[in-house]
Design a protein around this ligand. Structure first.
Ligand SMILES: *Cc1c(COP(=O)(O)O)cnc(C)c1O
Length: 391
């Protein structure tokens, strides 16, 4: 009997001990033992053997998290990492070599931008950026050296969206890997592999944990791609902690119901804020005014949990808005059960030049709100009273 993904998220369990425990057990152990010297020799002789040796290599709790997220994304296999950035970096290091070129959307997460522009060139890996709002330029930017096309959709924090089917057509034609950061949507809302992505990356720190407790990352895709990535992570060390994997695999049990509530509240708040006199723009993938609304409807089952708006008063208004909030949290995380507001221009992206900020879609008055699981009226009231104070 094939199960729905909602059921797999709750029920998929890869290992039970003899104790008949109902909930997923936590295997908090650094290493595993052998029955004989011969078994130990065999485990080390073949790095593809399905046997647990050491928790940097594999661990039953981590394996369950990987199996579950791979099932939800429609992928064959996956690798779990200590953070989302370890997943991004591990992917770049596995599939890019000296002399190669990476093509990426310019609207990417801040640390991803830093890896692409500051670290990759140090190792002889060149990059180009494309504008997600102008997809017609993508194919012309592909060079013979291009090995990987990287995109976040929806992007953080600009909520730009691009048609993955369109990108995958270009990638297949030019034999380029399509790698998608699906952190904002989660597999409950969007499954990039269905639209032709080769690898899907998550910062599990965000909606997958969903309660702001642990850091984690994961990459899923076809077995032939996951194998070299697995060996890179296993040998270089940014593996996921089994404890974090246990938290995250339990979190996946509530992912669908949480994403439904995040999205329903986000839509409601975005609709009520649209047209507010203090705002020049309100952006949410499922608002008809979103520039890529049709693509969002095609790829996503709901609009996700993040909204952005632009304060007419710019930087100063942004600071004042944050200082006027009474309930919403001022913190850098997102995808939490608690609603979080951030003002990238004065915080996370303050070190970028104005041009760099524009390239990643950050205007001086841009505010990002990660809508939590509180009553939507309470979220809206706090935003409205803070907007009143800046006028
Ligand atoms: C947070 C985030 C990351 C990085 O994840 P960490 O777990 O913080 O390392 C990567 N991509 C996106 C879109 C993110 O929001």
């Amino acid at each position: 009997m094939t199960q729905h993904n909602e059921t797999k998220a709750v029920r998929l369990q890869t290992r039970k001990t003899g104790e008949k425990e109902h909930s997923t057990p936590l295997f908090l152990t650094s290493s595993f033992t052998y029955d004989s010297a011969e078994d130990m020799a065999a485990a080390f002789a073949d790095d593809t053997l399905d046997v647990n040796i050491y928790s940097r290599f594999s661990n039953p709790t981590t394996d369950e998290f990987i199996a579950k997220i791979a099932a939800l994304e429609g992928a064959e296999d996956g690798v779990a990492t200590a953070t989302g950035m370890a997943a991004v970096f591990g992917t770049f290091m596995t599939f890019l070599s000296q002399g190669d070129h990476i093509l990426s959307s310019s609207a990417v997460f801040g640390s991803t931008h830093t890896i692409i522009t500051k670290y990759l060139p140090k190792w002889g890996i060149d990059y180009s950026y494309f504008d997600m709002n102008d997809p017609s330029t993508v194919e012309s930017l592909i060079k013979p050296e291009t090995k990987l096309l990287y995109v976040e959709t929806p992007s953080n924090p600009g909520l730009d969206i691009i048609d993955l089917e369109f990108l995958s057509g270009i990638c297949k034609k030019h034999h380029v890997l399509l790698v998608v950061d699906n952190c904002f949507a989660t597999p409950a809302v969007q499954q990039p592999i269905k639209f032709g992505a080769d690898l899907v990356i998550h910062s599990a720190t965000k909606f997958i944990d969903g309660q702001g407790r642990v850091l984690g990352g994961v990459v899923v895709g076809r077995e032939e791609l996951i194998k070299p990535l697995y060996l890179f992570i296993r040998n270089t060390g940014p593996s996921m902690s089994p404890f974090n994997a246990w938290v995250l695999t339990k979190s996946l049990e509530t992912l669908f119901i949480r994403m439904d509530r995040h999205a329903a509240s986000a839509l409601q708040v975005a609709q009520k804020l649209e047209g507010h006199p203090a705002l020049s723009m309100v952006k949410y993938p499922f608002l008809p005014s979103h520039p890529q609304h049709d693509i969002a409807r095609k790829m996503m089952s709901n609009g996700g949990g993040i909204i952005t708006f632009d304060l007419k008063g710019g930087i100063e208004s942004g600071r004042k808005f944050l200082n006027s909030l009474q309930m919403l949290s001022m913190t850098n995380n997102l995808g939490d059960s608690r609603t979080i507001a951030s003002h990238p221009a004065s915080t996370t992206h303050s070190k970028l030049t104005v041009e760099e900020r524009n390239a990643v879609g950050i205007t001086p008055g841009l505010v990002r709100v990660s809508i939590g699981l509180e009553h939507p009226d309470d979220i809206l009231s706090d935003i409205l009273q803070a907007l009143e104070k800046i006028q």
